[in-house]
Design a protein. Structure first.
Length: 526
């Protein structure tokens, strides 16, 4: 195995092009120098357009150097960038096997940077969320401890660490910090493309964290990128559109969210990329929020394109199930929605998932379950939409128990948190109980009357019974009586299934979930 030194021959060090320098070193038989150059520069090279040249150079190394576990780990990432994902796993397995055969505690001394290169390769290639999170933490620590890499590779390393956090999302603040470092390092080295890539990723991470104002600012630095030429580049297709969709969804600008998602789908993004899959998740949420049947049908079809198993640290299964629960609730299939939501009750490291399913449970009357799910998001209570949803749900709980004063105090805190970021979504849902509490809150006294007004203006406008069809208005009139559904069907001369279908449609249009709530809406509207 090659023992890479910390210095290379002076004439090689003068090269501005590390690939040309490594090529010359291999040609002259200076293999240790070649390995050192490749290991210092590989992350930056593979993040750019010259990944194929890099891999060819690695194939020219003598057997001993080629079997160096650091080179094997690097080649695993090179193969992944080339799109040869299965071969990438083969190289990573060979690297791990080679390390296990060393059987001594001086491996790092003999092979400087071994832990860094292996942790970075694991961060890029592994699928499990916990594995990716652990590897990204190791990579972060080793980079901070002074991993020996070129300045261009340092910027790219921060970008990839941020990308890993964006995928597993255990520690959003660390991901944000990594991408901010990547932007600064790229600016210092004059790499405008990498800086733009980091800004676009940062915008999405900030949006996911509910930092809407900062996310919008990051998008101002997100210039256009060149045409993707590697598998790694394809992973970032649609990053800025996904950020815009996330921002618009949290701000409850549903038409803008759909527009951003449509642009992403027109941008060549594939189902295998994280942003395309995330966009389909957001599309399902916006379709469910709109209650528009055509959009909901399309969203259900789009869900089939979301990967069915977790990949590269992304919990696709949880996103699929959350989308299904939201669409089921919007379609009036409340029990199905609740059943799916309860399966996700322990998804504590996926705050948006938890907020969505808690909303489903709260609107179905299971307020205590909803509050328990949100209260368990201890690590994510600093996220504005998590904090706002938790406080709003606690306010509903207090109102139900008759403690009106405490309910309004909690609601005021929720509004303060949300208003600072323009995060309207938690207050614009199809939730009659919360809407009534918000409306009463204006009379109670608030510092956020304008924000409340904007939320109520954007809330579902389906409280008008005249939006119902003539037949639905007839059924609604029957719901105000003491007749059961079979008795209503008999009185109207139709089947029980017809009445059930019409009742579901009435509930959907009125934004309610029960006969009692439907009657309350009609009484409230005179």
């Amino acid at each position: 195995m090659s023992n890479a030194t910390t210095e290379v021959h002076p004439d090689l060090a003068d090269f501005d092009d590390p690939l040309a320098s490594a090529d010359l070193a291999i040609s002259r038989g200076e293999i240790d120098d070649a390995v050192h150059i490749l290991l210092r520069n590989w992350i930056g090279i593979l993040t750019g357009p010259r990944h194929a040249e890099f891999d060819v150079l690695c194939t020219r190394l003598p057997h001993a150097a080629a079997e160096d576990p650091r080179i094997l780990a690097v080649r695993a990432c090179s193969q992944d960038a080339l799109g040869a994902h299965e071969m990438a796993r083969v190289f990573l397995a060979r690297a791990e096997s080679s390390v296990s055969r060393l059987q001594d505690e001086d491996a790092e001394a003999r092979l400087p940077g071994l832990g860094w290169h292996l942790s970075f390769a694991n961060m890029i290639l592994l699928d499990g969320r916990e594995e990716v999170a652990q590897a990204s933490q190791q990579a972060w620590s080793l980079l901070g401890a002074g991993a020996e890499i070129d300045s261009g590779s340092r910027a790219a390393a921060f970008l990839h660490i941020g990308w890993a956090h964006l995928r597993h999302r255990f520690d959003p603040e660390r991901g944000i910090q990594s991408l901010q470092f990547a932007m600064r390092e790229a600016s210092s080295s004059g790499d405008t493309v990498l800086r733009s890539r980091a800004a676009r990723n940062l915008a999405f991470m900030l949006a996911w964290a509910g930092k809407i104002n900062q996310a919008r600012m990051a998008l101002t630095h997100a210039g256009r990128l060149p045409r993707p030429v590697t598998s790694w580049h394809l992973n970032s297709v649609g990053d800025s559109q996904a950020a815009e969709a996330h921002i618009a969804y949290l701000a409850n600008d549903l038409p803008l969210a759909r527009k951003a998602i449509s642009e992403l789908q027109d941008d060549g993004a594939t189902a295998a990329t994280s942003f395309a899959g995330t966009a389909r998740f957001l599309f399902a949420l916006t379709a469910a929020a709109s209650r528009e049947p055509a959009l909901m049908r399309r969203a259900s079809l789009e869900l089939q394109l979301i990967p069915q198993s977790d990949s590269r640290g992304v919990s696709w299964a949880a996103f699929r199930q959350t989308s299904q629960a939201a669409l089921a609730e919007a379609a009036g299939q409340r029990q199905q929605a609740v059943t799916i939501a309860r399966r996700l009750a322990n998804a504590r490291d996926m705050p948006l998932v938890s907020v969505v399913i808690a909303g489903i449970l709260r609107r179905s009357g299971h307020v205590d379950e909803a509050l328990s799910i949100l209260s368990n998001l201890e690590k994510h209570q600093q996220l504005p939409y998590v904090r706002a949803a938790t406080l709003a749900t606690a306010a509903v709980t207090s109102a139900r128990s008759g403690d009106s004063s405490h309910a309004h105090e909690l609601l005021e805190r929720a509004l303060r948190t949300a208003a600072a970021e323009g995060c309207r979504r938690p207050f614009c849902e199809w939730d009659l109980e919360l809407r009534q509490l918000i409306t009463a809150h204006v009379a109670w006294g608030t510092d956020h009357a304008d924000f409340i007004e904007s939320c109520l203006a954007e809330a579902p406008s389906t409280l008008d019974p005249h939006d119902l069809s003539k037949r639905e208005r007839v059924v609604l009139a029957q719901l105000r009586t003491t007749r059961t559904l079979p008795e209503i069907a008999e009185a109207l001369g139709v089947s029980k299934n017809t009445v059930r279908s019409q009742v579901r449609s009435i509930y959907r249009k009125l934004g309610v979930h029960s006969r009692k709530e439907a009657i309350h809406v009609i009484v409230g509207n005179g």
